[in-house]
Write a protein that binds this ligand. Structure first.
Ligand code: UDP
Ligand code: MG
Length: 260
C-alpha cells in the first residue's frame, strides 16, 4: 500500500487545530487504499499550537510534529515538512481549512490517472478581502510574466499533490529562499489541475502582512527568473548610450558654434 503524507504548516493556529483535525480525520477515514501520516510543522508559534499538537499526537499515531525554534515563515515550514515526510505521495495544505480537505479526493483521483503533480487552483476567492484578491492577482500576473519558459500557474498556491519523485527533485535543489509555487513547475513532470473554491478562514487571522507578501513576491521573482540579474547591465548600457549621445550633441553644438 502506498503512503500518503499531508504536510501542514502551522503558525499560531491554536483556534484552528481542533477544527482542522476533526475535518481532516473525517476525510482521511474515507481514503482506504493508502496508509496516512499528517506532518504538522509548528513554525515557531507563540500560542498553544505546539501544546495542542502534542496532545492530539497522543491520541492519533498518524500525527508527526516538526517544530521550529522561531518563526521561519510558511515556505520554510513547507520545506521542513518535505524533508520529514515519508510518503510516496504528498499533499501540502494550510491548517485553516481555506484549502478544503474534500479536494484531496480529486487530487488523488488525478494522481491515480498517472499525474505526478496535481495543482489545486483557486477559482473563486470571494472569501478573501478585496485587497488580498487584488494583490494576489498582481502577484500572479507579475510572476507569470517574469517566469519565462517555465510558466508558474496563476492562482495556484501551495495546495497541491506531488509524487515522491518530484519532492526528491525539489529537495535536492540548492535554493535557500524556497518558493514552492515556483519550484514545482520548474521540476517539470506531467501536471494536472483540479479547481476549488477558496473557503473563508473559520477562526483566527491571516498571518500574511504586507511585509511578508512583499518578501514572497521578491523571493518568487528571483527564484523564477534571471531577468533581475540582467537589469543592471541593461540599465548601465542604456545610461552609457544616453551619455555618449549627449557628448556627441555637445560636440556638434561646439563645432557649429566655432564655425559661426
Ligand atoms: N503559516 C506558517 N508560517 C507563517 C505564516 C503562516 O506556517 O509565518 C501557515 C499558517 O498557519 C497556515 C498557512 O501557513 O496554515 C497559510 O497561512 P495564512 O492562512 O495566514 O495565509 P493566507 O491564507 O492568508 O494567505
Ligand atoms: Mg489562510
Amino acid at each position: 500500500m502506498k503512503k500518503l503524507s499531508l504536510i501542514v504548516p502551522m503558525y499560531n493556529e491554536e483556534e484552528m487545530i481542533p477544527l482542522f483535525f476533526e475535518k481532516i480525520n473525517e476525510v482521511l477515514s474515507q481514503i482506504k487504499n493508502y496508509t496516512k501520516e499528517i506532518v504538522c510543522v509548528n513554525d515557531g508559534s507563540k500560542d498553544k499550537t505546539l501544546e495542542l499538537l502534542k496532545k492530539y499526537k497522543k491520541e492519533n499515531n498518524k500525527i508527526h510534529i516538526v517544530s521550529f525554534s522561531r518563526n521561519f515563515g510558511h515556505e520554510a515550514a513547507v520545506a521542513a515538512g518535505f524533508s520529514r515526510a515519508l510518503g510516496d505521495v504528498m499533499i501540502v495544505m494550510d491548517a485553516d481549512l481555506q484549502d478544503p480537505p474534500e479536494v484531496i479526493f480529486d487530487l488523488l483521483k488525478k494522481y491515480e490517472e498517472g499525474y505526478k503533480i496535481v495543482n489545486a487552483k483557486r477559482v473563486d476567492r470571494k472569501s478573501d478581502s478585496f485587497l488580498k484578491r487584488t494583490t494576489a492577482e498582481m502577484y500572479y500576473k507579475l510572476i507569470y510574466k517574469m517566469s519565462g519558459k517555465i510558466k508558474v500557474p496563476e492562482n495556484v498556491g501551495n495546495y497541491r499533490l506531488m509524487d515522491r519523485e518530484v519532492v526528491d527533485k525539489i529537495n535536492a535543489l540548492p535554493e535557500k529562499n524556497r518558493v514552492f509555487r515556483v519550484l514545482v513547475p520548474f521540476a517539470g513532470y506531467k501536471t494536472a489541475t483540479v479547481e476549488f473554491v477558496r473557503a473563508p478562514r473559520p477562526k483566527g487571522e491571516s498571518h500574511y502582512n504586507y511585509k511578508s507578501m512583499f518578501k514572497l513576491a521578491g523571493d518568487s521573482i528571483v527564484s523564477s527568473s534571471v531577468a533581475p540579474l540582467k537589469w543592471p547591465l541593461k540599465w548601465s548600457l542604456g545610461i552609457g548610450f544616453l551619455t555618449c549621445l549627449a557628448l556627441f550633441i555637445d560636440l556638434i553644438l561646439y563645432i557649429c558654434h566655432r564655425c559661426n
